[in-house]
Ligand binder design. Sequence first.
Ligand code: HEM
Length: 491
Amino acid sequence: MDLFSVTLIILTAITVLAYLYYLLKKQFDYWKVLNVPYLETPSYIFGQAKRCATGELSLAESHLQIYRDLAPHKYGGIFLFQNPSLIVRDPELVKHVLAKDFTNFYDRGSYFAKPYEPLTRHLFNLTGEEWKTIRTKLTPTFSGGKLKLMFAYVKECVDELITVIDELHDEEIEMKDLMARYTVDVISSCAFGLKTNSLRHPDAEFKKMGTQALSPTTWTRIKDTLTAISPKLVYFLKIRTFDTQVTEFFNRIVRQTVEYREKNNITRNDFLHLVTQLKKKDETDSLKNNSDGIILNEKSVELTLDLVTAQCFVIFLGGFETSSSALSFTLFELSRNPRVQQELQQDVDRVFDKYHDQITYESLQETTYADMVINETLRKYPAIPFLIRICTTDYKIPESSTVIKRGTWTFIPIYGLHHDPAYFSHPDDFYPEHFTEEAIKSRPHFTFLPFGEGPRICIGKQSCGESFGDGDYVNESTRKFGTRLNSKSGI
Ligand code: HEM
């Protein structure tokens, strides 16, 4: 190769690199140009995701850091990889994003591959008209009356759990695993009408598949990172969210159960029954409710077996990890805080005495201190450290001149708000008194968001305390047992 060609190649390479650098620099000036307070990026590759990507901080810790670094601004900009994203810190503005201006923020931006992976076509991932129609169809299945009917199934699981613990006498117990097994039994009974008996059989297939669907592996981390950088690429490459074993398992379970029930004319007060009823008959009256402004076209979404399976699957996924970690963290904190444990025991004894040693759906409403304890767990350890909303039309931030563009990722920093001393006096302690009536009244709304808020609030919120058993188990176990940390906890 002659000198001219070499020089030409070097010059071309320099020009390309300089141009790429210019584009990157321009991208990272995004918030500056919009005149929005922002955090300088620590890395042109990862942006603010760097400390999380390198394992220096957990996802929750890195979001807490961002929340604190952006103080005292009401909102501010960051970069996730190269994507400019907005962090909303001010509770009043949070209310706008989640509730008041919901029509500008109805999308969660979840990647899903619905044409080639129907199991991902569930409520959490759906958007717009399709989300609205399915949400409206499913909401009545979570009404107080329907949950009350399921309470008997939860009670069965609680009784079994108490027996299992009793049989272990004074043995040390790995509570996280036991709570996961208990939660699987509750959800599979309430959602699918199946007795999985994971409490007795730790290797039950249901538990194995649930854990497989949720456990992070190197491959799932790569997929998540790729999805954050370019969802379109993931879609183009047809990368699946769940492996075939999990998909086939859930498809088979729902299909076989539906067929068996139809053939044998079986009716059971569980979620699967309620959803298959909806499949047969559209509840057209409730479908006319269109208060949040999203167009609703009831004919556009037919509840096929695939769609029913996807909704049962999200009930399982949505309830499994969230509820079992809430229970484990509650027991962990009770073990560390004898004062709280004692107070809880007194509260539960009071209610049990009043109801002649019987726990019922109604008596659960009266264990006020137990509610405070569970809320404090959800404050300190929210299952989801932030909410995501995609700005679906250009949006002018109230009382400012800032207009954020359609497509902007908007984050609600749940973990940051829950650990802000301005709203919670003892942010790093386990302090159920954060949830006395006076304390709740004294802080702004939209600062305690373990279940999200607005039209996309967790559909299972009510079922967590009441039917799916967090409240029931905490009450019954507190009545019978005390907890303390064992030598393996390292504390
Ligand atoms: C301690 C237990 C739970 C916690 C902390 C929790 C938390 C959450 C959060 C933070 C969201 C997002 C809300 C938003 O974007 O505003 C959510 C959504 C959702 N959750 Fe839960 N959840 C729990 C239990 C459950 C249970 C038991 C179920 C099923 C029965 C469930 C089903 C769902 C579904 C389907 C959505 C999507 C709702 C929609 O987009 O319309 N969750 N949950």
